[in-house]
Write a protein that binds this ligand. Structure first.
Ligand SMILES: [Zn+2]
Length: 115
């Protein structure tokens, strides 16, 4: 008797995706049917384009979400580059220490064989 392991994938994943279509992922608190598309720096909250139209906030205080995302990505890339530098440096130190240990081991062996 064969196990039923190779069958088609369960539908749950697909239906979750389908349910998401038409729903707003990041709804505006004031307008739940609108997606948040700006960050209001002065009020420290996300707002939708309808809020922006009604808002008395200075437009320089409103940052498009796409710009924010690219700024965050830039920061993360810098962080990643710094981490890679650190990793490279540490790996260099590690192999240097391994060489020193080898030299010490070699000295120990020649010392012991001299006795
Ligand atoms: Zn809104």
């Amino acid at each position: 008797m064969a196990f039923n392991g190779g069958g088609p994938k369960p539908e749950s994943e697909a239906s979750i995706e389908a349910n998401r279509v038409g729903n707003v992922l990041n709804p505006c608190p004031q307008h739940p049917s609108n997606e948040i598309s700006f960050l209001d720096k002065s009020r420290k909250m996300g707002v939708c384009s309808e809020c922006v139209a009604m808002s008395s906030s200075n437009s320089s205080e409103l940052i498009p979400l796409t710009q924010t995302i690219s700024e965050v990505q830039e920061v993360l890339l810098n962080l990643e580059a710094n981490m890679l530098d650190l990793l490279r440096e540490r790996t260099g130190q590690l192999s240097e220490n391994k060489n020193k240990i080898q030299v010490i081991e070699g000295d120990k062996i020649s010392f012991l064989t001299d006795q």
